[in-house]
Write a protein that binds this ligand. Structure first.
Ligand code: FAD
Ligand code: 2HG
Ligand code: ZN
Length: 470
C-alpha cells in the first residue's frame, strides 16, 4: 500500500472528524503544543478533536496508515511535558476535550460512568448531585480530565483516605494503537479473571493506549467537615502529628497536607486575597481536615480535643480552626496556590518525589542541607502530601542558571531519594522530563519488560513517542 501523504491524511481526518475539528494554524495549535508552565514547547502537524470513541478509532487508524505518531492530550495540566509533542512537526495531538459526557451516576452501585474528557471538577459535581463523593482532588481539577488523571495515575490531596487514581478505576475503555477498542468497562469490585489489564493503562501516560471512557468508584458524601491550619517546628513533627491525629481521629482524618515557610511566602507574595492565619511565622505548616457523616459538630469536637493534646505535647506550636466554609476555603487556598505562585515567581525545577513516610523528614533534612552547599542558588521549597510520603522539593531558578547546574541539582535530589529507597516520580509521571532517570530508578530488567509491553501494544511506536521510555 502507498503510504498516505500529509495532505491526504489531513483531508481524510477532516472528512471523518469534521473540518473544524482538525486544527492546523499556529494560532490554533499554540495552547496544545506548549505546557501551562511554559517549560515544554513542541510542534505538531495538527490537533485532532474527536467527539466519540468511534472518531478516536478512525483517527488512530488513519494516523497508523500514514505512520504519523499521536500524542493524547487531556487538560494539558501535566507537570512532565507528557502531553506536549517532542521532535519535529511530524506528530498530531489528539485532544480528548470533546469526549465530555457523564454517562451514568449509579448511587446504589456507587459508580460513575463517563467519557475521558470530563474534568475532575465535573466528575466531583456529578457525584455530589447524586449525594456521593468522587474523591480525587487537586488544584488543577477545573481543567485536568479524568482520562489525563488515569493516564498519569494522579494523586492529590485525598489519597490518604481514598487512594489515588489507580485505586478509583473500576472499568476502562481504551483505543489501542492499531485502532481496536479494548472494552474493560466493568463496574465490578471483585474480578479475578486473569491479568488486570486496566492497570497497564493507568499511569501509562498515553504510551500504550488512549483512554476514552471509564467507570469510577464513588463514596458516601461527607456531610460534616472541620479544617485546621497548624504551625510546626519541623518535618519530624509533621509525621508524628499525622500519626497522633490518625490515632485519635481514625479514618475521619481525610487530608493532611504540609508546606514550609518558603512555600507559604511564595503564596503570600503572588496570590491575591490571602493572609497568613497565624500570629507569627513557623518553619512548617500543616493543613488537616476531618470529614464524615452527621452535621460536623461531633467531628469538630473530636478535632478540638485532639488539637489540645498535640499542642500540649509540642507537636504543633499554634493552630487555627476554620469557623466557616469561607474560612475553610481560605485555608485550602494557602495550600492549593503553591504551584501557581511558584510559576508566577519564575522558572523552577520540580522534584515530585516519595520516600517511605517515616523517612520523609530525613529526606527533607538531607536535601535542605546539601543542595545549597553544592549549588549556591539551589534552596528548595517543600510542600506536599505527608501521608503519602510525597514531597515536592522544588527549586526556583535564577535567570541564566546553567543547564548543567540544573541537572546537577536534580541529580543530587534524586540520589538522596534513591538512597532512602524512594521514587523520583510520586504522582506526576515520567513524561519527557524524567526518561533519563527511569533505568536508575527501576532497573534494567523492569524497564526491559516495559519496553516489551510497549512493543507488543504499539509495534509502530505511534503512541506518544519520547515519553516514559525514550
Ligand atoms: P495532560 O496534561 O493533558 O496529560 C498528561 C499525560 O496523560 C500525557 O502523557 C498525556 O499524553 C496523557 N493523557 C491525557 N489524556 C489521556 C487519555 N485520555 N488517554 C491516554 N493518555 C492520556 N497531579 C497530581 O497527581 N497531584 C496533584 O496534587 C496535582 N496538582 C496540580 C496542581 C496544579 C496547579 C497543576 C497545574 C497540576 C497539578 N497536577 C497534580 C498535575 C496534573 O494536573 C495531573 O497530572 C493530571 O492528572 C493531568 O491531567 P490532564 O488531563 O491535564 O492531562
Ligand atoms: C501539588 O501537590 C501538586 O500541589 C503540584 O502535585 C506540585 O507544583 C508542584 O510541583
Ligand atoms: Zn502533589
Amino acid at each position: 500500500m502507498t503510504p498516505m501523504t500529509t495532505a491526504g491524511l489531513l483531508h481524510a481526518l477532516r472528512q471523518r472528524l469534521g473540518v473544524d475539528q482538525v486544527l492546523t494554524s499556529d494560532h490554533d495549535l499554540a495552547p496544545y503544543v506548549n505546557d501551562w508552565r511554559g517549560r515544554f514547547h513542541g510542534a505538531a502537524l495538527a490537533v485532532l478533536r474527536p467527539a466519540a470513541t468511534d472518531e478516536v478509532v478512525q483517527a488512530m487508524r488513519l494516523c497508523g496508515q500514514a505512520g504519523v505518531a499521536v500524542v493524547p492530550q487531556g487538560g494539558n495540566t501535566g507537570m512532565c511535558g507528557g502531553a506536549v509533542p517532542v521532535g519535529a512537526r511530524s506528530q498530531v495531538v489528539l485532544s480528548l476535550q470533546r469526549l465530555r459526557q457523564i454517562e451514568q451516576v449509579d448511587p446504589l452501585g456507587n459508580v460513575l460512568t463517563l467519557q475521558a474528557g470530563v474534568t475532575l471538577a465535573q466528575a466531583q459535581e456529578a457525584a455530589a448531585a447524586a449525594d456521593r463523593l468522587f474523591p480525587l482532588s487537586l488544584a488543577a481539577q477545573g481543567s485536568a480530565q479524568v482520562g489525563g488523571a488515569i493516564a498519569t495515575n494522579a494523586g492529590g490531596t485525598a489519597v490518604l483516605r481514598y487512594g489515588g487514581m489507580r485505586d478509583l478505576v473500576l472499568g476502562l475503555e481504551v483505543v489501542l494503537a492499531d485502532g481496536q477498542v479494548l472494552d474493560l468497562m466493568r463496574a465490578l469490585r471483585k474480578d479475578n479473571t486473569g491479568y488486570d489489564l486496566r492497570q497497564w493503562f493507568v499511569g501509562s501516560e498515553g504510551t500504550l493506549g488512549i483512554v476514552t471512557r471509564a467507570v469510577l468508584k464513588l463514596f458516601p458524601r461527607p456531610t460534616g467537615v472541620a479544617t485546621v491550619w497548624l504551625g510546626l517546628d519541623g518535618a519530624t513533627q509533621a509525621v508524628q502529628l499525622l500519626r497522633e491525629l490518625q490515632r485519635q481521629l481514625g479514618d475521619t482524618l481525610t487530608a493532611f497536607e504540609f508546606l514550609d515557610r518558603r512555600s507559604l511566602d511564595l503564596v503570600l507574595r503572588h496570590a491575591t486575597g490571602v493572609v497568613d492565619p497565624l500570629a507569627r511565622p513557623h518553619p512548617w505548616y500543616v493543613l488537616a481536615e476531618v470529614s464524615g457523616g452527621g452535621d460536623g459538630a461531633a467531628l469538630r469536637r473530636a478535632l478540638e480535643q485532639a488539637l489540645l493534646a498535640v499542642l500540649e505535647a509540642g507537636l504543633a506550636q499554634d493552630a487555627v480552626l476554620a469557623e466557616s466554609e469561607r474560612q475553610r476555603l481560605a485555608l485550602w487556598r494557602l495550600r492549593e496556590e503553591v504551584s501557581e505562585s511558584e510559576r508566577r515567581h519564575g522558572a523552577s525545577l520540580k522534584h515530585d518525589v516519595a520516600v517511605p513516610v517515616a523517612a520523609m523528614p530525613e529526606l527533607v533534612a538531607r536535601v535542605s542541607a546539601t543542595l545549597p552547599a553544592q549549588v549556591a542558588w539551589a534552596t528548595p521549597h517543600c510542600f506536599g502530601h505527608v501521608g503519602d510520603g510525597n514531597v515536592h522539593l522544588n527549586v526556583s531558578l535564577p535567570p541564566g542558571a546553567p543547564a548543567a547546574e540544573q541537572d546537577r541539582v536534580s541529580q543530587i535530589v534524586y540520589d538522596h531519594v534513591l538512597a532512602l529507597q524512594g521514587s523520583i516520580s510520586a504522582e506526576h509521571g515520567i513524561g519527557q522530563s524524567k526518561c533519563a532517570q527511569l533505568v536508575q530508578q527501576r532497573g534494567e530488567r523492569a524497564v526491559g519488560l516495559m519496553r516489551q509491553m510497549k512493543q507488543m501494544l504499539d509495534p509502530q511506536g505511534l503512541l506518544n513517542p519520547g515519553k516514559v521510555l525514550s
